[in-house]
Design a protein around this ligand. Structure first.
Ligand code: ADP
Ligand code: MG
Length: 271
């Protein structure tokens, strides 16, 4: 789920899970609350009952990815009932990639590209989850129809444009994007931003991916768009950002129009 750090009051004990001392990590706008165990070996993600199906979908994706040779969490416990649901996973040890300075991210950048390629290289026939563009567009239509778009998630130059118009611009591209997707479908993370990539702080290798609730088969550009845009918040200038984009482009042959489509579709799917 989209990572937003907040300070709302939270229960100190994750629902239905042992009370051995849990520290709140986030109180996301997504409605999920994430806790870390006192010994930092486990994470617990808790949601109200209305969001239990989404968390169950995340549980199934975590379980699937841990059998694919791509580093990530392991499911340790799952609780669900009238009061909500809670997923406990083993900690992927290290620091989230949004919390390292630009020079460290630059060292890790090629390794992040390799880890993303490894994820994207998982055999498509083995991935039972879909996160296709049509499904994303359907979510976006619903969010826009409910007038629930969170303007903060939009690029600054789109924040004053009515969401119906933003969606209309994207809708005109659908036939072309559908064809591209069909030719280039891979297992995508689905919310590939730096907080969900954990780095070993000593070696700057990728320890694993977390927050897998949107994992599924999709156009690889859906992931690349979010990652490159999000990393721009860490790079310290236009020159460094361009060099980093080039390093990625060398591996992927980046199509910037296609990146922009997914970059602009994603904010319309939260709300
Ligand atoms: N199993 C885990 N291992 C390491 N870090 C984790 C783990 N689960 C969550 N985190 C940390 O907590 C943050 C929030 O958890 P996440 O699942 O991304 O919640 P949200 O859906 O609110 O974004 C992550 O960005 C990551 O830094
Ligand atoms: Mg997250």
């Amino acid at each position: 789920m989209r990572d937003r750090r907040g300070t709302q009051a939270v229960s100190p004990v994750p629902l239905g899970v042992d009370d051995s001392g849990w520290v709140p990590v986030t109180a996301g706008e997504s409605g999920a609350t994430v806790f870390r165990s006192a010994d930092a070996t486990r994470y617990a993600k808790c949601v109200p009952a209305a969001d239990a199906a989404d968390l169950k979908a995340e549980r199934d994706r975590v379980a699937w990815l841990s059998g694919q040779g791509v580093p990530g969490p392991r499911v340790l416990d799952w609780q669900s009932g009238d009061a909500g649901a809670c997923l406990v996973t083993a900690a992927v040890s290290g620091v989230p990639a949004d919390q390292v300075p630009a020079e460290d991210l630059r060292v890790a950048w090629e390794r992040i590209a390799d880890a993303v390629r490894r994820l994207h290289g998982t055999p498509v026939s083995r991935c039972p989850f879909r996160r296709g563009m049509d499904a994303m567009v359907a979510v976006a239509r619903d969010v826009v129809a409910r007038d629930a778009v969170n303007a903060e998630f939009l690029p600054v130059d789109q924040q004053r444009t009515p969401a119906t118009e933003l969606l209309g611009r994207l809708t005109r591209q659908i036939p072309q994007r559908r064809e591209q997707e069909a030719a280039d479908t891979v297992a995508c993370h689905g919310d590939l931003c730096l907080p969900d990539i954990i780095l070993d702080p000593q070696t700057l290798d990728v320890s694993g991916f977390v927050d897998l609730g949107r994992l599924g088969l999709a156009d690889r550009y859906a992931d690349l768009a979010l990652l490159l845009a999000n990393a721009r918040e860490t790079w310290t200038g236009e020159e460094q950002a361009r060099a980093a984009d080039t390093a990625f482009a060398e591996r992927y042959g980046i199509d910037h129009d296609r990146l922009r489509f997914y970059l602009h579709l994603d904010p319309l799917t939260w709300g």
